[in-house]
Ligand binder design. Structure first.
Ligand code: ADP
Ligand code: MG
Length: 870
């Protein structure tokens, strides 16, 4: 047992250690043989020693080198995680404090993953490799866990560890934390690394002061690519740069082929390319990168129908559709999850007609060698005529049930070709064996934030060059491979960023600040972010949160989270929208509030004249979605009148509410959208988001019934507009309508606009407004006059005194969109932080009136009697 390995760091430092493994593991022979092939195994000695000497260590290694599955095992065998005395190293010469620390330092080995799939699948893999029960090598993701008091290795999503920080900031049950996939720079990972940089120091100094029960904590940051500069050179993060261990992996050459042109229809292109590879090239797995579940299911169906094993007859089990998709791990990712609520087991997919597009399967055998490789070439440059072999098609995306996800690791049926169609989950999180060909669409679904509208969305955008390299690398794990990029090299050179931007710079900063406050991180401005967001933006975000009542101003620049803020932090939404939901319990307003928030998040569902052109030769973009062709122009103009009549003349948001109610009544399959010139895609998304939000509320606040949008039968179904007569508006009570307007005022309290003549007592024409938000516009040299946008129902009515707006847009003038009339008397109650009540006036009859003033410019609101105010 006593040996001094040749690559021992201590030996190099002329220290003679005696190393013995503290835990013996009897692995299955086959597993042991597989392990020995992993590049990381030869570095075990160096890694364990470095981890012992340094509190923070960075490990970089190519995907598939064994980081995620092996590192926890090295640490376990070295004595981490064990309950007993983990003696493994006696320093003969040096008496270093860390040695003692280790001896007294049992505690869980924690590993975080950005994705649930990876947390679950690696936990079960490591349990098998170590021959331990799933309660000992466990996982914990939101709403599902196998952890028990005997857990020694715990895989979890980064969201889970962040939540643990809120109850135990010292993370005292852990002896070591591994942050995996740090190169992805997810917001959660970045915040965790920042927080852990402080916790490691704190635990060390508390241990040195011999605080009861406190042991040092170690931190390992693992990353796939070599972009670790942000962690090493950032001295606010780590005052001493942590050592970096590079795992050199065997990577076979991968030939990259760009397409000549970039087709917008990358889905058909992917099917075409896979078909070509399958029919023309030698055996070897194909990994296809697409952006989301629906695409993946579609492509899998087509490939299965064309090349899959013929399906056996007989009754098959019905596709399981998860009923309640819980909220996603990342506090903001629910909207994405929402678009992907279903999976379909391929075995149940009936053979359907294949639509592969023109010439999809005619592979041009006369390949022009000058060609910029929009072709599929045999790696050995000789066409091989392979016998027909069935395809074994497997989908892989994050919401796929875990047992289905594990399929990728199973041996495919003999004499078949494995084809995995995946999201970027297969980029680094999971290593799929035996992939020889990669087909890369070059896109990924990304969280986007529109700072103008304050709305977050998920949209498909180009990946970075680093991600493209990761994707092609997947083809070179077991032998030389080929990567077919479904985009041109010109596009790649000119439009792909070197690296993806850290998520923290892409999301609404108010949400980040609120999440951090909910984790009891008090000084967000001085927080050691790996890549810090702009300080002014952080300050502004704190201000917005104070105005929303989520934070309390403690003076001296200190703020703390309120109970309202804690409740708001639960929702995967911009804090404004969370505020609408958490305050909507009163007067049974919740189902309406859910519908409003969903509609506002998705955006204007009405098709308006500017959406299409009425000119002779062009039928415009509106046609795509609602079929507004020339013959239907009459109907379209009639619908415009109907759209304008909704909302009870007080709120554009209520128009949205009406259309949501009408759509739900009509049912998804009806011609409602077509007939009434409403965007079907928007309505579908609103519908899904409503379900998602209802689920989140039910799970987090089971005591609150979310209610339903109850709809009655239309009074006169023969009328053309009968659908719209089923307005939610007419079903809600006047107090409910008032509460809903108050909720909107509360959520957009810093987006109040007042008619200008009221502020300056001018006798202007009365359609100019001035807004609390116009300060930055002034700075830009824009006139501070703002106007109600023609799309608003308030445009043609007498201009109201006070409104809240949801969106400001600038053309030649600054417009307010999606407006709601509010009563200024509500403001002092809804936004004490924005109001002053210091001005008092005596009336002629001797009574004292308080004049509340509102906003940074302190507009005067209608006076209230002192007695009433009390
Ligand atoms: P890294 O984290 O460095 O990317 P991993 O530790 O994830 O590497 O993977 C190491 C090897 O273990 C890979 O060959 C991978 O295919 C295999 N592997 C990982 N998870 C599983 C699993 N659940 N079942 C079978 N093999 C797995
Ligand atoms: Mg890994």
């Amino acid at each position: 047992i006593l040996s001094i390995p040749s690559n021992s760091l201590l030996k190099r430092n002329h220290v003679a250690p005696i190393i013995m493994k503290s835990v013996t593991v009897n692995r299955d022979q086959k597993i042991q043989a597989e392990r020995l092939l992993l590049p990381i195994v030869s570095e075990e000695q160096a890694i364990v020693e470095t981890v012992l000497i340094h509190p923070v260590v960075i490990i970089c290694g190519e995907t598939g080198s064994g980081k995620t599955t092996q590192l926890p095992q090295f640490l376990y065998e070295a004595g981490f995680g064990s309950q007993g005395s983990g003696v493994f190293l006696f320093p003969c010469i040096l008496k270093l404090p860390f040695i003692q620390a280790k001896l007294e330092n049992p505690g869980i080995i924690g590993i975080t993953q950005p994705r649930r799939v990876a947390a679950m699948s690696t936990a079960s893999r490591v349990a098998v490799e170590l021959g331990l029960a799933s309660s000992r090598v466990a996982y914990q993701i939101r709403y599902d866990a196998t952890v028990s008091p005997s857990t020694i290795i715990k895989f979890m999503t980064d969201g889970v560890l962040l939540r643990e920080l809120t109850t135990d900031f010292l993370l005292s049950k852990y002896s070591i934390i591994i942050i995996d996939e740090a190169h992805e720079r997810s917001m959660n990972t970045d915040i965790l690394i920042g927080a852990l940089s402080r916790i490691v120091k704190l635990r060390q100094s508390m241990w040195e002061q011999k605080k009861e029960g406190i042991k040092p904590l170690r931190l390992i940051i693992m990353s796939a690519t070599l972009r670790v500069d942000d962690f090493i050179s950032n001295t606010t993060l780590f005052s001493v740069p942590p050592p970096v261990i590079n795992i050199s992996a065997r990577q076979y050459p991968v030939t990259t082929h760009f397409s000549r042109h970039t087709s917008a229809d990358y889905i058909s292109e992917a099917v075409r390319k896979v078909s070509q590879i399958h029919t023309k090239l030698p055996p070897g797995g194909i990994l296809v990168f697409l952006t989301g579940q629906n695409e993946i299911i579609g492509v899998c169906r087509k490939l299965q129908a064309r090349f899959g094993r013929k399906l056996k007859g007989g009754p098959s089990e019905k596709p399981t559709v998860p009923k309640n998709i819980g909220p996603a791990e990342s506090p903001f990712s629910a909207i994405q999850d929402n678009s992907e609520t279903m999976w379909i087991p391929l075995a149940d997919v009936e053979a359907e007609e294949i639509e592969l597009g023109d010439g999809a399967l005619d592979v041009d055998l006369n390949i022009d060698l000058e060609d910029e490789s929009d072709d599929v070439r045999d790696p050995d440059d000789s066409m091989t005529d392979i016998e027909e072999m069935p395809m074994h098609v497997i989908p892989l995306y994050s919401l796929l049930p875990s047992e289905k996800q594990l399929e990728v690791f199973k041996e495919p049926p003999a004499r078949s070709r494995l084809v995995v169609v995946a999201t970027n989950i297969a980029e680094t999180s999971l290593t799929i064996p035996n992939i020889r060909y990669v087909v890369d669409c070059g896109r990924a679904k990304e969280r986007k934030y529109d700072s103008r509208s304050g709305i977050e969305s998920f949209s498909v955008s180009w990946i970075s060059k680093a991600a493209a390299a990761q994707r092609s690398g997947r083809a070179g794990r077991t032998g030389p491979g080929h990567c077919y990029r479904l985009y041109s090299s010109a596009l790649y050179e000119n439009y792909f960023d070197e690296f993806a931007q850290p998520e923290i710079l892409r999301v609404p900063i108010e949400g980040v600040v609120l999440q951090m406050k909910a984790m009891n991180i008090d000084t967000v401005i001085n927080f050691p972010f790996p890549t810090p967001p702009d300080r002014d933006n952080l300050k502004r975000a704190e201000r917005v949160l104070i105005n929303l009542g989520a934070l309390e101003d403690k003076g001296n620049g200190l703020t703390s989270i309120t109970n309202l803020g804690k409740a708001m932090a639960i929702f995967p939404l911009s804090p404004r929208f969370s505020k609408v939901l958490v305050s909507a319990k009163q007067n049974q307003c919740l189902p309406f509030a859910i519908a409003i928030v969903s509609a506002l998040s998705i955006g204007d569902p009405f098709i308006r004249p500017e959406h299409f052109s009425t000119s002779e030769n062009q039928q415009g973009t509106g046609k795509d979605e609602a079929g507004v062709g020339k013959p239907r122009l009459g109907a379209f103009y009639a619908s415009q009148q109907l759209h304008g009549s909704l909302g009870g003349g007080i709120s554009d948001v209520f128009r949205y509410l009406s259309v949501v109610g009408a759509y739900e009544f009509a049912g998804e399959d009806s011609d409602f959208c077509m007939e009434h010139f409403v965007r079907p895609k928007a309505m579908e998304e609103i519908h899904k988001l409503r379900i998602q939000l209802s689920n989140i509320i039910q799970i987090n606040f089971p005591e609150i019934g979310v209610g339903t949008l109850k709809l009655n039968k239309p009074p006169d179904p023969t009328q053309a507009s009968h659908f719209f007569s089923v307005q939610v508006l007419s079903l809600s009570t006047p107090p409910q309508l008032r509460v809903l307007r108050q909720l909107l005022a509360a959520a957009f309290i810093d987006q109040v606009a007042v008619r200008k003549d009221i502020v300056d007592n001018s006798s202007s024409d009365g359609n100019k407004y001035t807004s609390c938000r116009n300060v930055p516009y002034k700075a830009l040299g824009v006139s501070d006059d703002v106007f109600i946008h023609p799309s608003s129902i308030l445009y043609n009515s007498p201009p109201p005194d006070f409104i809240v707006f949801h969106e400001m847009s600038k053309t030649t003038q600054t417009w307010l969109k999606t407006n709601t009339i509010i009563n200024p008397a509500w403001l002092p109650k809804l936004a004490p932080s924005l109001c002053s009540t210091s001005k008092r006036v005596k009336t002629f009859d001797g009574k004292v009136l308080i004049v509340p003033r509102f906003g940074p410019e302190l507009w005067e609101l209608p006076a209230i009697r002192e007695a009433e105010n009390k």
